[in-house]
Design a protein around this ligand. Structure first.
Ligand code: AMP
Length: 171
């Protein structure tokens, strides 16, 4: 099965000039979604993670079912102010300005092995920041994975952990 057949592209969203890769059509197709999650489970399982982390919000859709399947804990990486209780923040640069992501202070224990998941890797800025966040708590980030990689943006060059994607677009 070609997973790309189930990914829809929407031009000029959320702003003019951006081609949005929409996984709604993949999620809505149970066979294609099962195949996609099966392929990712094989790749991610090789890292023998304790914890799978999902980046808000579509990363949750990827990481939560995989965590159940692989018998791992699931942790949410969220935008600032969304998680209750004590949190650890990490600020990172955007094209214009900065953004902050957080995890709960007790989300991982030092030495635990984490794989971080999202739907798509573009510039790699969000994934890179998420890796830094888990390291602040002493966790070992053993890998990162997405369904889609925009390879022409070379985001994987910003990551110092093994990175995997099910499909890549080179333009
Ligand atoms: P980046 O930090 O540049 O790697 O951006 C990755 C994050 O932004 C992921 O959480 C994606 O869901 C989202 N994103 C960036 N570009 C796109 C795109 N063209 N289509 C869909 N989602 C995108």
């Amino acid at each position: 099965m070609d997973i790309k057949d189930h990914i829809r592209t929407i031009p000029d969203f959320p702003k003019p000039g951006i081609q949005f890769y929409d996984i709604s059509t993949l999620l809505a197709h149970p066979d294609a979604w099962r195949v996609a999650m099966g392929r990712l489970a094989k790749i991610v399982g090789r890292h023998q993670p304790d914890i799978l982390a999902g980046i808000e919000s579509r990363g949750f859709l990827v990481a939560a079912p995989l965590a159940l399947q692989l018998g791992c804990g699931f942790v949410m990486v969220r935008k600032k102010g969304k998680l209750p209780g004590p949190t650890v923040p990490h600020e990172y640069a955007l094209e214009y300005g900065t953004d902050t992501i957080e995890i709960q202070e007790d989300a991982v224990k030092p030495g635990e092995q984490v794989v971080i998941l999202d739907d798509l890797l573009a510039t790699g800025g969000t994934m890179n920041a998420s890796i830094a966040l888990f390291r602040k708590l002493g966790a070992e980030v053993v890998g990162a994975a997405c369904i889609i990689e925009l390879s022409f943006l070379n985001g994987r060059a910003r990551l110092d952990v093994p990175f995997h994607a099910l499909v890549a677009y080179d333009s």
